[in-house]
Design a binder for this molecule. Sequence first.
Ligand code: ZN
Ligand code: ZN
Ligand code: ZN
Ligand code: ZN
Length: 596
Amino acid sequence: MEIFNCPSCHQLLRDPVTVPCGHSFCRRCLQGPGAERCLDCKQRLKVRGAKDLKCNTLLCNLLEKCLPTEHNVNRIKRELQELLSNQEYEDAAKLASKGIVMAPEDVPLRILCSQAFLALKQYPEALKEAEVICNLQKQNPEGFYRKGMALIHMDKKREALAQFHQCLVLNPQFSDARREIEQLLEDVSCHVPSAVEDLLAEVSAYLKSSSYDTDILKAPLEASYINHTSASLKLEGASDEEKNSQCLMTTNDLTSLSQIHRNLMDTEGLSPTENDRLCQHFKLKDTEEVDPVQSALSLQDLLSVSDVECSLCIRMFLDPVTTPCGHTFCRECLERCLDHRPYCPLCKQSLREYLKAGCYSITTLLQDLMLSIFPSEMAERKQLHLSEIAELSSLVRNVPIFVCTVAFPGIPCPLHIFEPRYRLMMRRCLETGTKSFGMCLYETGKSFADYGCMLEILNLEYLPDGRSLVETVGRRRFQVKQRGLLDGYHTAEVEYLVDKRLEGEELQEVEHLNNMVYQLLQDCFTQHSHVFVNHGHPPLKENNIQDSPDGPSWCWWLLSVLPLDPSYQMFIFSMTSLKDRLLHLKHILSVFQNRP
Ligand SMILES: [Zn+2]
Ligand SMILES: [Zn+2]
Ligand SMILES: [Zn+2]
Ligand SMILES: [Zn+2]
């Protein structure tokens, strides 16, 4: 269960909050000074402080599921302490009763409960809780002290004295009990010795003399007294006793001084020593008191794969990330949602800032937890993802197709990506490592043209709202063999175009033609430089015209800058004969040149 410990306070996470770097802490631990940096990795927290972050709902649920009793009872105890120190006794008593239903044998809880009742002046209830403590832990002086406190307020001074006596027998250092004894003895004008043993002897003597049943003072207590039923019997017996002894000691015998002191204590809450003692008690109990049934169960027994499932893909989390609103998704699933709108898919809170920060850090605690409980399932999930990626990496069978414009080999093609489907496409191109996709022109009736050009991503710059600017360059031409759809975008099975291989005389002839048309282009460029003003200079002529399966790149440059009809452009684009391509370009250039 240590996996659920907070890296800051090393206690069980309380109100877990996951910060942008992916580490999780108690909300309270994040609110101290220096919280502008992660307490674990020291990374600066982009989302300002824990105030802006909600509790990680998934971790809360897992905690509740794995440690239902322990987790909840601990939380109740901490809340109780806060309520008591704020003097909200009504609420404290209600909460304590709720906690006791969950953990009836939890002694610190009973102590707090008795304390709340005492403050509410519900002394019989306070006494009852103290009785239970004595039954649960026979050697715990706190139970006897609590009983004494309740009895004092019920005007059962001698019984109270007997309880404080027992408390001091069990722990001679118990200063609060000792103070009560001293006060009670003073009130009845008894001698108050300074040594503890003498004090205890004085109490015994006093109780004997006041015909109190001194059997109760025998320490250690007999087992029969300890069990719950006999204890309540004893309590009833004591009230009879009290009736008999009433004549011996009236309430007026006790000076009001101790009463004032006690009332003061009630209104001020805990005395400092009492508080320290309780704190020690709780620290001890928080670590010691693990429900044996719970701790025997491993996390594997308590959790199933469905507890670590993404609500978007209904599969086990892959690279889980937690949003500032406290919801957890697979990174990929969340990114796909954010492609459409910058809101949490579950609670609809705006995630604009989160999107802008752009660091989808993995929730480490969850990742570690899955790795330790479901290693094989996690490996399977990863494998599935890898096979999906492999499927997406094919640049023949499943080429992603961007339907927009005509692109040409070797020619840059800058793009502005804003459509959700293309955001996804770009991410996949980067994730698969292909960095490539096909570009086709739209064509009525077939969704996109029969020919296209592969584009390679050279640089991708994300804008704060998730849009991106992509620098690409044209690579190979292809012919579409089959069309498909994937997650909203088009795909195609393609065949790459290769220019017909030339040899001998034919090659020489085309080389000559190439030189000639290139010269024509140069002349045209000088003559009509205004036409080319936005396109820079034509690329240099290659030495070997068959270096690339797409032929000389200057042809593509020329085709891209000429104001041609797209269908004619596409016609030349699809040719696999360099000679034909050059002849067409020659024709276009001569028409161009003869223009006034
Ligand atoms: Zn903490
Ligand atoms: Zn961190
Ligand atoms: Zn998912
Ligand atoms: Zn949300």
